[in-house]
Design a protein around this ligand. Structure first.
Ligand SMILES: *Cc1c(COP(=O)(O)O)cnc(C)c1O
Length: 348
């Protein structure tokens, strides 16, 4: 703390990201990165930007990327917003769409950035408990609110809500924005982008950090009614006109255009996930049904923090949240078959 700090910054409670260790030998299964690497076409497109053109500012609107996303999802570019990682897109949505008199609703077990953004933007919130099986019941959200947000699949549980349930929620909740954070949807879910033309209060966010393996590039997006997108543009143009640089716009657009690489690598992750689940069940773990590139598991006889510490000593890092209801769970990213093998050997 310092006397130069404003009173506001003194009381901020920031998000704590998963560790990015400096040691490269570690089997890193703690932050849900994709082990397969980005599309070679994205790499080529980014290399092509490394020239004298970098003296010029990028396109403030990232039109090339908006078009690639619109083409991929069969929507109009005016329904697409792009930003510096989906965390930034989420921040703009909190700032521009959730600051209302009524509280924002999200699950008690969910992405831990949501309460942080509520603190940053002064948004009141209420958490809604997941059921005994750690599932979202959309009927529980049928109460006064200034917005609803949850990841689908949920994080850190990995559990998927079918599109039908999201549609039920949208039919019951028409007076506030429903934001579905689809950071992991490509690993087994169906995108709610299919519903944006019918529900003007639906905003869907996605990231290129997970399924497109570009966490280091920082690109995220939102799809929804042009009026919702305009709110995000107004915030963005009041904060940073150029959230995406030339390299990011080119690389992200090319990543969306390379469907073959995307589909193949997602399928590899899905296949590995099923193998890891089976093996962990064989070791006595209880594993929640996952539609993501990670699993959430607990062992009835082993303390989760102790297991995480032991794994770490063996060179495998996973994520443990010291939080009510889930302190006996570990969140484990699906890696390559070799990494998964190292995990299972260490657990054994
Ligand atoms: C990873 C993640 C994000 C953020 O992704 P970015 O890297 O900022 O694009 C958003 N929501 C959830 C639930 C995530 O797990």
């Amino acid at each position: 703390m310092s006397k130069f700090w404003s009173p506001f910054v003194k009381d901020l409670v920031p998000y704590v990201p998963g560790e990015q260790p400096k040691l490269s030998k570690l089997v890193k299964l703690n932050t849900n990165e994709n082990p397969y690497g980005p599309s070679p076409r994205a790499i080529t497109a980014m290399q092509a930007e490394l020239n004298d053109g970098l003296r010029l500012y990028p396109d403030p609107n990232g039109e090339r990327l908006k078009h690639a996303v619109a083409e991929y999802y069969g929507v109009c570019p005016a329904q697409v917003f792009v930003g510096n990682g989906s965390d930034e897109v989420l921040a703009h949505a909190f700032h521009g769409l959730f600051q209302h008199d009524r509280p924002l609703l999200f699950p008690d077990i969910s992405y831990s950035f949501y309460p942080v953004y509520c603190g940053l933007y002064g948004i009141a919130y209420e958490t809604v408990a997941l059921d005994e099986q750690f599932q979202i019941d959309v009927a529980d959200y049928n109460r006064p609110n200034g917005g609803i947000i949850f990841p689908n699949p949920n994080a850190p549980t990995g559990c998927l809500l079918p599109l039908q349930a999201i549609e039920q929620l949208l039919q019951a909740n028409t007076e506030s924005v429903v934001l579905i954070d689809e950071a992991y949807v490509d690993f087994g879910g169906e995108s709610a982008i299919a519903l944006v033309d019918r529900y003007p209060n639906l905003l869907v966010t996605q990231t290129l950090s997970k399924s497109r393996s570009l966490a280091g590039l920082r690109v995220g997006l939102a799809v929804g009614h042009p009026d919702l997108i305009e709110a995000l543009e107004r915030i963005k143009n009041s904060f940073n006109s150029y959230p995406l640089d030339r390299i990011a716009i080119a690389g992200a657009a090319a990543a969306f255009e390379d469907r073959a690489h995307f589909q193949q690598t997602c399928q590899q992750v899905i296949d590995s996930r099923e193998a890891v689940v089976t093996a962990m069940q064989g070791l006595g773990f209880e594993v929640l049904p996952s539609a993501a590139n990670f699993i959430f598991a607990r062992h009835p006889q082993r303390d989760a923090a102790a297991v995480a510490a032991s794994l770490r000593e063996q060179g495998v890092i996973v994520r443990h949240f010291k939080q009510p209801r889930i302190e006996q769970f570990l969140r484990i990213t699906i890696g390559t078959p070799e990494q998964n093998h190292a995990l299972l050997a260490a657990l054994g």
